[in-house]
Design a protein around this ligand. Structure first.
Ligand code: FES
Ligand code: MG
Length: 572
């Protein structure tokens, strides 16, 4: 194997003043001088934060990575980056995904790092780190934090998707505030991220599907000792990846993206997958569009019986054999020879996988559901597409539905009027929510799985067609059309929908149509005014000016692509 010159040599290998500056201050941490003499420097990019509870155990996880790095002869150096917690950040963590990716990119490039381990957990911490690293393109491995243990409440297993059920029960008077509060700690009873196939678990599966992790990374619970073991092994492996000069761009090929799309459909992954994968592809220079998702997902049924599409949890998925079992089952459809982080192909990595629980992981012959995990619909309402997750519908007959729109102009309007007893709505209505897109909210929050009107809940209605330019939590469910592009705030046709307009959703034909004539729409456009968003400074202003639409991954336009790992000038 040919040994490459280490990037870090341009810092630590220098003589005179520059070498002094690069090494001397590092020595205040007690490192012996020979650490700086040609060991691969491994950056451990840590999203630990007490404000990101899903990543709250990452200090320990980083220590496991370090053990592996030391053992393999590397020099581990941990560094913090902006951590995005899904539950606390307002108006939505998504507003800051691209900002965090800039932090990651510049931190890696500016420092003497030869290879990097990305510690990812809560939803946005995975895409932001992978996006940032992709724009630098040095050897990179991902270690996910792992899901929480399955929640237990009053003898029942629960997970994040139950929030949506519990809150409807609460609104409907079937659950008290006291019961709701008790269930909080029952659901979140261990380290880790959401225990269902929400966005965090989807992202963990995405990075394993793309080949960016060691096998089995996605499903090992945070509290299971094997999570530390895989962190340790990843620490060992990244040192070899540096020696092999195995860079992200060699792993993140068009074929790897296609594998990730097909596997995501099979596991019933979050709709947020679409936006994040498009953004990552944009960074690494792989041409990917929404149409690719439709083509690749079309014939793939749901193989995984996890909430929100099914009934089980990530812990069960791990005990059933984890993602390698799904890969093995689908290997005939996938590109089996893509190279992954351990230097082996996906086929090699999954060859010995075995399913230990057919109730959790189905087969192509006997899938969990025949509905696919993802479909892209188009029509005059969204010329650039919109996304729906058929496997998470509670009333599959709504996949084909025609009904009158009940329009909410923005989130405040929706909150103010949803439970109004006089709201003109029934189960055939289609709830339309405007101005929750990338620019409009801003940041494209997870409000697309709108709660149903109280009076319909009381009648026993469990699902309705809902349409918006927002996203929904990966833990959400229902017949929900999301990511309408172009969004209302930039004058998309969504902005022109009025109460009573008839909309037809036809998922089988990947179509959504607003039954209003072009002439009428043009007339309405004449009186449409852009929103006054009221952000005149700072990052949010930058975001609004530069964010791309959902079908382009909602990245900032100037962040597309990469700048490599070269830095030409020294610091003093
Ligand atoms: Fe962090 Fe769900 S809130 S993963
Ligand atoms: Mg989320």
């Amino acid at each position: 194997m040919k040994e490459n010159k280490l990037r870090s040599t341009d810092w630590f290998g220098k003589s005179g003043k520059d070498g002094f500056i690069y090494r001397a201050w590092m020595k205040n941490q007690g490192y012996p001088g020979d650490e700086f003499e040609g060991r691969p420097v491994i950056g451990i990019c840590n999203t630990f934060s007490e404000l990101t509870p899903c990543n709250g155990h990452f200090r320990e996880l980083a220590e496991s990575v370090k053990r592996g790095v030391w053992e393999a002869g590397g020099f581990p150096l941990e560094f913090p980056v902006m951590s995005l917690g899904e539950t606390l950040m307002k108006p939505t963590a998504m507003l800051f995904r691209n900002l965090a990716s800039m932090d990651v990119e510049e931190s890696i490039r500016a420092n003497p790092i030869d290879g990097v381990v990305l510690l990812c957990g809560c939803d946005k911490t995975t895409p932001s780190l992978v996006m940032g690293a992709a724009s630098v393109d040095i050897p990179t491995i991902v270690v996910s934090g792992g899901p929480m243990l399955t929640g237990r409440y009053r003898g029942k297993t629960i997970g994040t998707s139950d929030i949506w059920r519990f809150s409807e029960m609460y609104r409907n008077g079937e659950m008290s505030q006291e019961e709701l509060t008790t269930s909080e700690a029952c659901m979140c009873r261990s380290d880790g991220h959401c225990a269902v196939m929400g966005t965090a678990s989807t992202m963990a599966c995405m990075v394993e599907s793309l080949g960016l992790t060691l096998p089995e990374n996605a499903a090992i619970p945070a509290a299971d000792s094997r999570r530390k073991r895989i962190a340790h092994m990843s620490g060992r492996r990244i040192v070899d990846m540096v020696k092999e000069d195995l860079r992200l761009s060699q792993i993140l090929t068009r074929e790897a993206f296609e594998n990730a799309i097909m596997l995501n459909a099979a596991i019933g992954g979050s709709t947020n997958f679409v936006i994040h994968l498009l953004a990552i592809a944009g960074r690494i220079g792989v041409d990917l569009s929404l149409d690719d998702f439709n083509q690749l997902c079309e014939k793939i049924p749901l193989l995984l019986n996890l909430q929100p599409s099914g009934g089980y949890f990530m812990e069960d998925f791990y005990y059933a054999g984890g993602l390698p079992v799904v890969m093995k089952e689908m290997i005939g459809l996938l590109h089996p020879n893509v190279i992954t982080a351990n230097g082996k192909t996906m086929a090699e990595n999954s060859a010995t996988a075995e399913c230990f629980d057919p109730n959790v992981i189905g087969t192509l012959e006997e899938p969990v559901k025949n509905l696919t995990g993802l479909a892209v619909v188009r029509g005059n309402l969204c010329i650039n597409g919109a996304v729906i997750k058929p496997s998470a519908s509670l009333k599959p007959e709504l996949m084909q539905h025609r009904g009158p729109a009940v329009v909410f102009e923005d989130i405040d309007d929706y909150k103010a009027r949803l439970d109004d007893p006089d709201l003109d709505v029934d189960e055939n209505s289609i709830l339309v929510l405007k101005n929750v897109g990338p620019k409009g909210y801003p940041g494209m929050p997870e409000v697309g799985n709108m709660s149903l009107p109280k009076k319909l809940l009381a009648k026993g209605v469990i699902d309705m067609v809902r349409i918006s330019d927002g996203r929904m939590s990966g833990t959400g469910f229902g017949t929900v059309v999301l990511h309408v592009s172009p969004e209302a705030a930039v004058g998309g046709v969504l902005a022109l929908v009025q109460d009573g307009d008839i909309i037809e959703l036809d998922v089988a034909n990947r179509r959504i149509h607003l039954e209003v004539s072009d002439e009428e729409l043009e007339q309405r456009r004449g009186s449409w005014k852009p929103l006054e968003l009221g952000y005149n400074r700072g990052y949010v202003n930058l975001h609004i000016k530069h964010v791309m639409q959902a079908h382009e991954g909602a990245d900032l336009d100037f962040l597309k692509g990469g700048s490599g790992d070269q830095v030409l000038r020294d610091s003093h």
